[in-house]
Design a protein around this ligand. Structure first.
Ligand code: ADP
Ligand code: MG
Length: 638
């Protein structure tokens, strides 16, 4: 047994003793050569539960489990420390109260100056917690691995930093067709189409994931057998604890089914909108035919009176004005019908409801008939909305037709707009109020139901209000309805206020032009229209060369200089747009103006960036349009 006084002999030893005594996280104690405890620190007391005077002099084997003692472990540990110079192990140890803890133990031999073994230093730490945490981590990793492996609907796999596959789950095999052995080590770009590979999409995907923390896309991918599928792909960068980038996690789902269903749904929805629109249109045609007959009567009557001749100047002017005004009315009407009948996909655009209502009120006041007065009450500064304009028009027409039906003996339909701020945000409201029959509660309760109608067979479909509801919901808004039996009904369509701005549209500057002897090449296949345009252009002091087709026009351009080309869009052979393109190619500085009666042509953007003069046109609108294209072409030569 070493003499404890040898350790107290100098001051540094004393300080060392103080340090050891202060340590409570480690059991630090000494054993003599035979393994008996000779010193004991507070850490040892804490872990093992013995007071110093209880344990000093006892053999350290009592800290071992029965079976370990029987197997001679305590002795072996000391001999190993003596021979090897150090012994280190983890294992179960026993506290005074018999409970176990998982210990990390280190035993160092202590020798005197002569090198003779005098005992052992023993340091023990309770790592039960750490052990349990490791165990939990291991188990959770194990579970996670099983989970990932078990998932068959998602391809889940990892890539190294270069994009090579490092592991592969059952879902990846099911979706992409490669087995683990085939694919590990291969570059992930093989899942892309050759087009995408050529365009550098795979590398960009990894770069985006790295730069933005995530890459997400829906695109076509290729299976092992070469077939293609729609994939939803997410790529996340993986970093280790120190933040170093070590690879990517990739999750791919086959969404082909879903895409197909969505496409079918879109088609069905578009077909429904179209049929609802046609229905509303059908209801209107009766009124419109009537209206057109009136307009034609005025025009024809005035023209006949003019043909008779012998009229004084005042009468002549009066009839002429009647013709022009009536033709203008007819133009507004047809342009609305064309816009309305247009078949187009659901496409939101930024709209000023005041402008739309102003135009609609005009159509309604002619078509509703039966003593229905249409009034406008528009908010002076109204927020914009971002909606599909065909659906909007259908909704407004449906509401207007309901109002008409509710006022068989006439009344007033008021179209009004307001800005509203409520808990759902800034909204723009368009309200249609009628002074009609109103609805009893049992009708009001069911009014929005599809196919619910109180109208006679063949008169009502019960789809009007459900279309309005569907439109508002799709646009992120809602519909409210107030109705008092016998007093009237107000239907309010609330749409979210959009902060986008209205797409810039080319508008013709309203400035007169003087041809001043310049030469216009006029291209128009219809003889009457060509003659009419020829007269207008001559009135505007242009020299006019006529052409019946684009082909003829090109021949003229090759033969003589002209200052301006004015062409119809829809013609047999090459269209006006094609002609315009050829002219721009060959004569970049030559201004081109196109005329079209089809709003669809313009709406589809089929006219490229050419300026379009809507048909029918008159001297004023033609002059303004010519001035505009000339100015534009001069300012920015093509
Ligand atoms: P439909 O007009 O084809 O009957 P709607 O869905 O447009 O179908 O309207 C459903 C029902 O709601 C109508 O049949 C009518 O009874 C009632 N209704 C709708 N709008 C009004 C209104 N402005 N005034 C009175 N009743 C209305
Ligand atoms: Mg209706």
């Amino acid at each position: 047994m070493p003499d404890p006084s040898r350790f107290d002999s100098d001051l540094s030893e004393q300080r060392f003793q103080l340090l050891v005594n202060a340590v409570t996280d480690y059991a630090i104690y000494m054993l003599d050569r035979g393994g008996h405890v000779v010193s004991w620190n507070p850490g040892a007391r804490r872990f093992k539960g013995y007071e110093a005077d209880e344990i000093i002099g006892q053999h350290y084997s009592r800290f071992f489990r029965e079976e370990d003692r029987a197997a001679g472990m305590p002795e072996r540990a000391l001999r190993a420390a003596e021979v090897e110079g150090r012994f280190e192990a983890e294992g179960w140890r026993i506290r005074k109260d018999g409970t176990r803890f998982w210990a990390s133990a280190v035993i160092d031999p202590i020798r005197d100056e002569a090198g003779e073994l005098i005992g052992f230093a023993k340091i023990t730490r309770d790592i039960t917690e750490k052990k349990a945490a490791e165990r939990r981590l291991y188990e959770s990793e194990q579970r996670f691995r099983l989970l990932v492996q078990g998932v068959t609907d998602y391809a889940i796999y990892m890539l190294d930093t270069d994009g090579r596959v490092t592991n592969w789950n059952a879902g990846a095999q099911a979706i992409k067709g490669y087995s683990f052995e085939e694919i590990v080590g291969e570059h992930f770009s093989r899942f892309y189409t050759p087009e995408d590979r050529a365009a550098g999409v795979p590398a960009r995907a990894l770069a985006t994931a790295l730069a933005e923390g995530k890459y997400e896309a829906e695109a076509i991918r290729v299976r092992k057998d070469g077939t293609r599928f729609w994939a939803h792909v997410v790529i996340d960068p993986i970093r280790d604890d120190s933040g170093r980038h070590i690879g990517f996690a990739k999750i791919t789902r086959d969404v082909t089914e879903r895409r197909n269903v969505e496409e079918e749904l879109d088609q069905a929805r578009a077909a429904l909108v179209q049929s609802q629109k046609l229905q509303a249109l059908g209801e209107l045609t009766g009124g419109i035919a009537h209206d057109f007959n009136n307009l034609i009567t005025v025009i024809r009557g005035s023209a006949e009176l003019l043909r008779r001749g012998g009229l004084d100047e005042k009468k002549r002017a009066q009839y002429l004005n009647a013709i022009i005004e009536t033709a203008d009315h007819a133009t507004t009407l047809t342009s609305h019908l064309l816009a309305f009948g247009r078949r187009q996909p659901l496409k939101p655009e930024v709209i000023d409801l005041n402008v739309r209502l102003d135009a609609l009120a005009e159509v309604l006041s002619r078509t509703l008939g039966g003593g229905v007065e249409v009034k406008l009450d528009l908010a002076p500064t109204l927020g914009l909305v971002d909606v599909d304009s065909t659906q909007l028009e259908t909704a407004l027409l449906n509401a207007a037709i309901n109002a008409r039906d509710a006022m068989p003996n006439g009344g007033t339909l008021t179209l009004s707009t307001h800005n509203i701020a409520d808990e759902s945000g800034d909204m723009v409201c368009v309200a249609l109020s009628d002074t009609g029959s109103g609805m009893p509660k049992e009708v009001l309760d069911r009014a929005f139901e599809p196919f619910f109608t109180t109208k006679a067979v063949g008169k009502g479909t019960g789809l009007g209000l459900s279309q309005i509801h569907g439109f508002a919901a799709q646009a992120g808004g809602r519909v409210e309805i107030d109705s008092v039996s016998g007093k009237g009904t107000t239907i309010r369509i609330l749409l979210p206020h959009s902060h986008k701005s209205i797409a810039a549209r080319s508008t013709f500057a309203n400035q007169a032009v003087d041809g001043a002897g310049k030469t216009v090449l006029l291209v128009e296949d219809n003889e009457q229209v060509r003659n009419f345009a020829h007269i207008l252009l001559t009135e505007l002091n242009y020299r006019v060369i006529d052409a019946e087709s684009a082909e003829q026009a090109l021949a003229v351009l090759d033969a003589e200089p002209v200052d301006l080309v004015f062409s119809d869009v829809v013609m047999p052979g090459q269209s006006g747009v094609e002609l315009g393109r050829l002219v721009r190619e060959r004569f970049p500085a030559l201004p081109v103006l196109l005329a079209s009666g089809y709003s669809e042509e313009i709406a589809k953007g089929g006219a490229g960036d050419f300026d379009i003069l809507p048909k029918p046109y008159g001297a004023d609108s033609l002059a303004a349009a010519l001035a505009r294209v000339v100015n534009d072409t001069v300012r920015q030569p093509a």
